[in-house]
Design a protein around this ligand. Sequence first.
Ligand code: SF4
Ligand code: SF4
Length: 316
Amino acid sequence: MNAFEEKVRETTGRPLESLSLEVLQVNVGLACNQACHHCHLSSSPSREEMMDRETLSLVRDAATASRPLSVDITGGAPEMNPHLPWFIDEMAKSGIPLQLRSNLTALLDKGEDFARFLAERRVAIVASLPCYLEENVDSQRGQGVYRRSIEALQLLNSAGYGQNESLTLTLVYNPGGPFLPPPQEALEKDYRERLWEMFGIVFSRLITITNMPLGRFAEFLEKEGKKEQYMRLLRDAFNPATLDGLMCRRYLSVGWDGKLYDCDFNLALGLPIRASGISHIREFDPKLVEKREIVTGDHCFGCTAGAGSSCAGALV
Ligand code: SF4
Ligand code: SF4
């Protein structure tokens, strides 16, 4: 039994189990036009893993059969998958709310027509912007990323995003190093004021996500000799109130090759779901994945530290 599982059992008397399937998250590929220092998937322009159209069709079929509250498209940079517009069109026909996680620069590369395409299909955008200051964004995500991200946000605003409730634009903050995010609400206020004052940018909400000790961020921690210190910080900040909201309890994550995971972090580690007879989206059965025991590890302390963390932001 790993330390996280022990902690969960000690707190609740039970292993961590899924509750329902509310979000079907689909990782359409590991290729990315950026190579950020904190990336838990170690995505970069040299990664070639990409979901093909056949697998995307299986995801569509699983979503229409199970009717989750939303389908959440992630990567890598999802915009680099050539089948993305087709998939979005297919999902739009189903009427299931769709969300696209974007690093902004890949969206900018696709241009104005793509922003309009997303707006017409009411695709919610969740966009990474780890700070409102240029220096901090560029040092984490690469030279010039801040300027291009601002340009992309302006493009999204002009397509209607962040201006009304039907076109939501959520910004994502993650810390610039091995520390926990500040309180989400106060940070949102700062972002709102600064982005408006500096660029006239508006957005719907801001969420904070903790850096997971995985992928390139884990390599950075090892190199700096800070891995154990960071793990201790996460373990010491364990907050039992976050357990109910852990995303793995309501999400199912589909990898680029169709394999199923409890979350994108388990995907990064290659830890498949534990559900009898099901490991690939082609075997999907909503009843069997709904009540499953979650596969955990020490990295899970990243989700339960402080206010908690998930793809939808802080948990408490
Ligand atoms: S963090 Fe996001 S934008 Fe950065 S390399 Fe990873 S997938 Fe790409
Ligand atoms: S890392 Fe994944 S499995 Fe572990 S607690 Fe977080 S969401 Fe759940």
